[in-house]
Design a protein around this ligand. Structure first.
Ligand code: BGC
Length: 756
């Protein structure tokens, strides 16, 4: 349970993100049912994007299905309209619901207790519901109810400059004999979305609704109901909601589909649907839970990250991905970044391989668009956009406007090409972990070849140096842009070329027919492969002469040497004084893991000494200005034997949103960080890895605070539970599938069956 036990309106937006519920199809932020002055009430449906007057296609805020207001003699029984006698809200991560218990006293001294449960069903993703248990404590009287579907919602409602309405009204009417129905369409593509709601009021099993009237109030569908409330007696008010879009059914059939789904939902009822939903949540936890003995608070924070990440991936749709802020907030418009492949995908590949496949199938669906991007920018092959929405074109804005109104040109989309390598790397990694040859043959290989072509066209031959260079890129560290020969980018470009050279040979031998089809489809020739071979060996990889110290980019070592010397009370780098007088871009201070990210991804290319040297050099220069950084430093710190900071880095990452460390949790949950938290536990502390031959390795390094760690993973033919105790002993159980050999600290160990 993540608990909020004190109401502070200034924390509403943060809690809306923390308490957002999602089922992979849609997400609804944790706003209060009755509405509050400070609120960004959002329901996003994954895949429903619109641009209108904004810079880019962003997730369109859908009509707010949640609003439910209760009145006694016209006084709203609301958290901001009454004295708060008691207040608790909690996210129950195990059951996947948001619960609340409040006692409110209105101006006339009437006290009402309202308890509630809200869930977004994972069993039937188009269904969601909230139930209020309402008890008048010291009065009896008529309680009036307003059930609202609010189509007036906009995006960025609290930012005057950015406010935008992405939808227009198409229908506002009663759902059936009762209930409300609102239909809207997005402004650019006219994609229709319908929402139907029904409210029931029941006391001791009996329907107590006296009046029920529907109103079409412009963009709000409003249903009025009332009932007689008796002192000390609890009434159950349940709001059922159903949402569909034209992505699932023809627009002509939207309302009927929603009516039918609602009938089914009402027949099943709140409790039974909630039960089914909890079973679905239980199934998710069975795969993804991480149990830590001896460190309860941290364990909870880790589960918090796992909860939101696993909840957001779609169960069925391979045309959607996962946005950098999940479905939990407005920042980054729901766009997918390299965050998906390098931070989240490993979690999915090991715990939910089918979801991982869907995430990469999304990239395959957008391969043609990536080809278009490359062509548009004067390159070859496929170039994935830095920010990707539904159509695969670049969605990173060219301009950014600061809160004070200052505009500045943003070059991220122009130069941050390493996302294309991340997509390729993610696919290769997914295939390595899951051995999903079918995906490789029919989708993955084509992407990998096309991204290799992109890198070929980015490599520039420098005759006098007899080498290939990649100019004008931004590496993971966005505080130096653009640069030439970012060592991270160059290594990954080389990796992509080498990978496809080997892959072409392997496919030709093992899957000649599929290989022939692919070669024909993309016009791949032996000569082209030979040219890859020729270029890869000559890609420039900058480093300090005579040492193994990699140079983040050409000229980096000539920049002013500024080091991080002071740390705050949370052990976090304090901005060096020198940055007050010198621009960061003129110093060696960097935003996030860059060379260290490279060490993390291509570890086998570097010996221990090189890894240590580079880790300690760049650690002193990294500000962790992005949430993508601490987890990578934690994992690499453990690799190089500097465990001192790893545990603190993990805590920082795990609590990042819970305690709002970056100050922007209101804008959504940091999805890549959530994946990084999982990676830190599993790759870092448990020391899990899969080698190229597909063998699992475990080299545990549990922190001394932990008495034990348990988690589960899928490897190609088995599902395993791994337990590591405080003495670093490893016990592996085969929960399903074949027995498997695992290398624990280099020694082969047999994983035994659960019942053995
Ligand atoms: C980071 C990027 C990241 C993006 C989205 C930026 O602040 O520098 O690496 O992809 O946020 O999470």
């Amino acid at each position: 349970m993540v608990v909020q036990d004190n109401y502070n309106p200034y924390e509403n937006l943060k809690y809306e993100s923390l308490f957002c519920l999602t089922n992979g199809y849609l997400g609804t932020r944790g706003s209060h049912e009755e509405g509050t002055a400070r609120s960004i009430p959002c329901t996003y449906i994954n895949g429903v994007f619109d641009k209108s007057e904004t810079f880019m296609r962003e997730l369109a805020n859908m009509p707010n299905w949640l609003t439910l207001k209760l009145y006694v003699e016209k006084e709203l029984i609301g958290i901001e309209n009454c004295d708060i006698l008691s207040f608790t809200r909690a996210l129950n991560m195990k059951r996947g619901c948001l619960v609340k218990s409040v006692c409110l006293r209105d101006r006339k001294g009437r006290e009402t207790r309202v308890e509630s449960v809200r869930f977004i069903s994972r069993a039937h993703v188009h269904r969601m519901a909230v139930r209020l248990y309402v008890t008048p404590l010291n009065y009896s009287g008529i309680i009036e109810i307003e059930n609202i579907i609010d189509g007036t919602v906009i995006n960025f409602c609290d930012a005057p400059r950015f406010k935008v309405k992405h939808t227009y009204l198409t229908k506002n009417e009663a759902l059936d004999e009762s209930g409300a129905y609102l239909e809207v369409a997005t402004r650019d593509n006219h994609l229709h979305e319908g929402c139907g709601t029904v409210v029931q009021a029941v006391q001791e099993g009996k329907d107590v609704v006296k009046t029920n009237v529907f109103h079409d109030f412009g963009e709000q569908a409003v249903e009025f109901l009332d009932f007689d409330a008796c002192q000390g007696e609890t009434a159950e008010l349940t709001k059922y909601a159903v949402i569909y879009t034209e992505r699932e059914v023809k627009k002509e059939a939207l309302k009927e589909t929603i009516q039918q789904e609602m009938k089914g939902f009402l027949q099943t009822g709140f409790e039974a649907e909630f039960e089914l939903h909890q079973k679905a949540c239980e199934a998710l936890w069975k795969e993804a839970d991480i149990q830590i003995e001896g460190d309860e608070e941290l364990n909870k924070a880790i589960r918090f990250n796992v909860f939101h990440l696993m909840s957001t991936a779609s169960e069925s749709d391979s045309h959607v991905n996962i946005g950098a802020k999940l479905l939990h907030g407005e920042e980054y418009g729901g766009h997918a970044f390299w965050d998906t492949e390098l931070f989240m995908l490993p979690f999915f590949a090991y715990t939910f391989p089918k979801k991982a496949r869907r995430l990469e199938t999304y990239r395959y669906h957008l391969l043609d668009a990536a080809r278009g991007n490359a062509q548009k920018n004067g390159f070859q092959g496929a170039q994935y956009p830095w920010e990707s929405a539904d159509d695969g074109t670049e969605q990173c804005p060219d301009w950014t406007i600061e809160p004070d109104g200052t505009c500045y040109r943003c070059y991220v989309a122009v130069y941050e090409h390493h996302v294309t390598a991340a997509v390729a790397f993610g696919i290769a990694n997914y295939v390595r972990i899951t051995k999903d040859t079918d995906f490789l043959l029919h989708m993955g290989a084509e992407i990998l070849m096309e991204t290799a072509r992109f890198w070929m066209s980015r490599c520039q031959y420098i005759e006098e140096k007899n080498r290939y260079e990649i100019h004008k890129v931004t590496g993971p560290d966005e505080w130096h842009e653009p640069v030439d020969n970012n060592v991270y980018t160059n290594y990954l470009a080389r990796w992509n070329l080498r990978y496809v050279i080997a892959l072409a040979e392997q496919l030709e031998q093992e899957h000649p027919e599929e290989y022939r089809n692919l070669a024909e489809k993309i016009h791949l020739t032996k000569e082209e492969i030979a040219s890859w071979q020729q270029v890869q060996g000559k890609i420039y990889l900058p480093k300090k002469e005579g040492t193994q110290l990699l140079e983040q980019f050409e000229g980096y070592f000539d920049l002013k040497e500024v080091l991080i010397e002071k740390y705050d009370k949370n052990d976090w780098p304090i901005r060096p004084e020198a940055l007050k007088t010198t621009k960061t871009s003129q110093t060696q201070i960097i935003k996030q893991a860059d060379v260290v990210m490279l060490l993390h991804l291509l570890g086998e290319e570097f010996d221990e000494e090189t890894t240590k040297l580079n880790y300690s050099y760049y650690e002193k220069r990294t500000m962790h200005g992005s949430s993508l950084s601490p987890s990578i430093y934690a994992i690499m710190g453990l690799k190089v034997g500097d465990a001192s900071k790893a545990y603190r880095y993990l805590r920082r990452a795990a609590f990042l949103d819970l305690v709002d460390l970056q100050g922007n949790t209101r804008e959504g949950i940091h999805a890549a960080n959530a994946g990084g938290v999982w990676q830190t536990v599993v790759f870092g502390f448990a020391g899990l890895s899969t080698d190229d031959a597909g063998r699992l390795h475990i080299n545990p390094k549990l922190p001394e605070e932990w008495k034990g760690l348990t988690f589960r993973i899928h490897c190609p033919e088995s599902w395993l539970q791994i337990h590591i105790d405080g003495e670093q002993h490893v016990d592996i159980t085969v929960l399903d599938g074949k027995e498997v050999d695992i290398l624990v600290n280099g020694k082969a160990v047999k994983a035994h069956k659960a019942d053995a």
